[in-house]
Design a binder for this molecule. Structure first.
Ligand code: HEC
Ligand code: HEC
Ligand code: HEC
Ligand code: HEC
Ligand code: HEC
Ligand code: HEC
Ligand code: HEC
Ligand code: HEC
Length: 511
């Protein structure tokens, strides 16, 4: 939070979102304007009757308590005169839906950091074509599973309902109507009608907008849980979760001080345990007495991609023009080089991945990202615990990759090229088994290790990977090969995998 007067806001919005310059007539961000404050009083007085509790949430929020004048209803909900989402409501021109652009007028840094993160782009996957599971396998025509499932975490493409001529339809209160399949939605990478990506109230629930809620593990746990990404469960099982849940999670240095407003610095405001936000986003006191900046880019401190079929280490490469891409491997490109990379572009009303070429302007290697995380660890631990933890964790990821994921992927690719299975993946038992091997059990093992959670690493993790690999995937592969008369090809391919020393215990007797 810096300067939130409208003049700053406009300059900032123009640089942040070069696509569409804001109209210069807006003064709603000028919280010192008496006209705006009078408008706010009108909203509040009537909404105290309509939605009393909503207004109280706001009344007890940092926005109502802001020192240079309250940030009231109209400061956020005012629409610019040309805004297609705007409608006249009790004499004021307002809009309902808010995007990061609206918050960015006053919170530039946070919006910029979030904009370049994987959180912001999480909705593009859902808007793209490779979305068979949610829209087809688990849904009827209405796509109900995608709307109430996938999109609630990843973000929907919010659509306005229009008449034949493209004009927004209004409801009985004269408010712009949204397609109920796409709104309400607070998915992390929501694709907003103004073209921006992301939703700030995914973590800062309306209308209290508190940091204190955002930094509690349950907040991240709306999305980061379940068999395909059990971060919350793993955290609960870890020594860190134990220290957190057994502490006094309230105000005061003796507890977590988690309800504090404003800055929350590890080593200054609390010391008991780290939460998700501590490790991935938070500020830390350093040895020289300075404080590290917090970040709204949750990828800043991670070095592995633990969610893809075979994990790779990630370097973040920035291109001229500002695109940021994770490029895997130990030899990232250097500044000044030209490189091809993929980015999402809007083609019609679908987002598609396209290959483009750009000049590298900055490289953050996986080692640098890891070092940023270790600054946090070192507040509470000695270097040996931290260094050795990373050795244990790396070894687990490498074991999953080399022993199971790479061989299974190779065999599955062969099954595909030999015509044993066809797309979509979910049409065959073999495809389903491979999918669960990496997407469920394999991720659980890797996530468990990253969170120091032994049960998720082993019993829900590698144990189930092994069961799947030896007793589901391989037998099904043999069955399909026999059914298609391709036994010889697959006997040889499987034998080659099983001669590796780590598989020799398995006699594959067919019992
Ligand atoms: C005279 C009463 C009154 C005043 C003044 C008023 N509202 Fe409302 N507002 C309502 C009613 C009634 C509704 C519809 C009932 C509901 O959605 O709960 C509504 C609905 C809304 C909605 C939701 C619309 C939707 O998409 O469904 C928003 C946002 C809103 N008001 C904001 C404001 C703001 C901002 C102001 C001040 C500029 C304001 N209201 C002033 C009565 C009022
Ligand atoms: C800090 C900005 C901010 C302020 C201040 C603010 N709102 Fe909102 N409001 C939001 C956001 C964000 C949403 C969620 C919209 C979305 O999903 O994009 C919202 C949604 C709403 C809705 C629909 C929400 C629902 O759950 O049905 C109403 C009604 C509303 N606001 C009224 C008000 C009123 C009345 C006030 C003043 C007491 C107010 N707002 C103050 C940001 C704000
Ligand atoms: C409970 C919330 C939730 C639901 C429901 C959900 N996801 Fe996800 N999804 C996530 C999270 C969290 C991640 C990141 C996991 C990680 O990094 O460990 C993710 C990751 C992904 C990825 C990988 C993205 C990448 O960058 O590699 C894809 C693709 C994906 N989800 C698609 C879907 C589809 C399709 C559906 C519905 C069939 C769905 N998700 C349902 C929360 C969810
Ligand atoms: C993934 C969850 C998440 C999302 C999404 C998110 N925030 Fe935050 N935000 C947090 C956490 C956690 C904190 C507390 C950080 C701390 O205490 O150091 C925070 C703190 C803040 C603060 C207090 C000042 C600061 O930086 O510490 C502001 C302002 C803020 N967020 C604005 C935003 C805006 C604007 C957006 C949307 C562009 C947004 N946030 C999206 C989690 C989130
Ligand atoms: C007109 C300016 C303005 C707008 C618009 C605005 N905020 Fe704020 N916000 C503030 C001010 C002022 C504070 C108090 C900061 C302080 O005391 O340093 C604040 C504080 C916050 C905090 C920190 C709360 C805490 O617990 O410390 C969060 C989170 C936040 N805003 C989120 C949002 C989100 C999300 C939006 C968009 C929906 C938004 N704000 C829109 C001005 C604004
Ligand atoms: C003690 C610090 C710590 C805490 C607490 C913590 N994490 Fe992590 N997290 C890590 C480390 C370390 C990694 C692996 C980093 C790497 O790849 O180098 C990681 C990785 C991740 C990833 C990356 C997965 C992928 O697909 O690559 C996600 C998502 C994540 N954590 C979410 C969470 C959530 C949600 C919570 C809280 C429920 C949480 N973390 C709590 C340290 C922590
Ligand atoms: C509303 C759902 C949602 C919430 C809440 C949420 N996330 Fe995420 N998160 C996702 C999804 C979806 C992805 C995967 C995005 C992708 O790769 O496309 C993700 C990815 C991540 C990653 C991997 C980033 C990278 O660069 O690879 C980390 C780390 C992470 N989240 C941490 C957090 C933390 C910490 C919190 C809480 C402060 C949090 N998330 C809250 C949905 C959410
Ligand atoms: C706010 C302080 C804090 C931070 C930050 C923190 N930890 Fe911890 N860590 C603890 C506490 C408390 C325990 C539990 C100690 C106990 O029960 O003996 C713990 C336990 C552990 C353990 C288990 C050790 C054992 O003997 O079983 C490992 C490994 C660990 N932390 C690694 C890390 C890593 C790696 C990071 C950074 C990614 C990190 N920690 C960040 C406080 C922290």
């Amino acid at each position: 939070m810096k300067h939130w007067r409208w003049a700053t806001g406009l300059a900032l919005a123009a640089t942040l979102f070069s696509g569409r310059a804001p109209a210069t007539t807006t003064t709603s961000k000028d919280v010192t304007s008496t006209a705006i404050q009078e408008e706010n009083v009108k909203c509040i007085n009537c909404h105290l009757k309509e939605n009393n509790a909503l207004v109280q949430q706001w009344k007890n929020s940092p926005h109502a308590a802001a020192q240079d004048g309250q940030i009231g209803c109209f400061n956020c909900h005012a629409a610019e005169p040309d805004d297609p989402l705007g409608y006249t409501h009790e004499g004021a021109f307002i809009k309902t839906v808010q995007s990061p652009r609206d918050c960015a007028f006053c919170h530039e840094e946070e919006a910029k950091q979030m904009e370049s993160s994987h959180h912001a782009t999480a909705g593009l996957i859902m808007a793209s074509l490779d979305n068979v599971l949610g829209e087809v396998v688990c849904s009827m025509d209405s796509g109900a599973d995608a709307a109430s499932g996938c999109w609630q975490c990843h973000g929907s493409v919010v659509r306005v309902l229009t008449d034949g001529s493209g004009k927004a339809l209004l409801n009985e209160n004269q408010a712009v109507m949204f397609d109920p399949a796409t709104y309400p939605n607070s998915g992390i990478g929501r694709v907003n009608p103004d073209g921006t990506l992301g939703s700030c109230n995914a973590c800062h629930g309306k209308h209290s907008f508190l940091s204190s809620r955002a930094r509690q593990p349950e907040n991240c746990g709306k999305c980061h849980l379940g068999p395909d990404h059990p971060q919350l469960e793993s955290y609960r099982e870890s020594k860190h979760g134990i220290a957190y849940y057994s502490s006094v999670r309230e105000r005061g240095m003796n507890g977590m001080n988690i309800l504090k407003s404003g800055k929350w610095v590890l080593g200054k405001d609390y010391y008991t345990a780290p939460t998700c936000a501590t490790c991935h986003m938070g500020s830390t006191l350093k040895a020289d007495g300075s404080v590290t900046a917090n970040t709204h880019n949750v990828g800043d401190r991670i070095s592995w991609n633990l969610r893809e079929p075979v994990s790779r280490k990630l370097n973040r490469v920035t291109f001229a023009g500002g695109d940021q891409v994770d490029m895997p491997g130990d030899n990232p490109p250097m500044v000044g080089m030209e490189r091809r990379y993929e980015k999402y572009v809007l083609a019609g009303d679908k987002w598609e991945k396209r290959e483009v070429t750009g000049e590298v302007t900055e490289v953050k290697t996986w080692e640098m990202r890891r070092e940023e995380m270790q600054i946090v660890c070192k507040q509470c631990h000695g270097v040996q615990v931290v260094g050795n933890f990373y050795k244990q964790f790396d070894e687990l990821v490498v074991t999953y990759n080399e022993k199971f994921a790479k061989p299974a992927r190779k065999l599955f690719d062969l099954a595909r090229s030999e015509g044993l299975v066809e797309d979509p993946l979910f049409d065959s038992k073999l495809g389903w088994a491979w999918w669960e091997l990496w997407h469920h059990e394999g991720r659980t093992a890797r996530v468990g290790a990253s969170k120091m959670a032994p049960d998720y690493t082993h019993w829900h993790g590698l144990y189930e990977v092994a069961e799947n690999f030896y007793h589901e995937f391989l037998p099904e592969l043999r069955r399909l090969a026999a059914a298609k008369g391709k036994q010889a090809v697959f006997d040889e391919a499987i034998a080659k995998v099983l001669t590796a020393p780590e598989h020799q215990w398995f006699k594959d007797s067919g019992r």
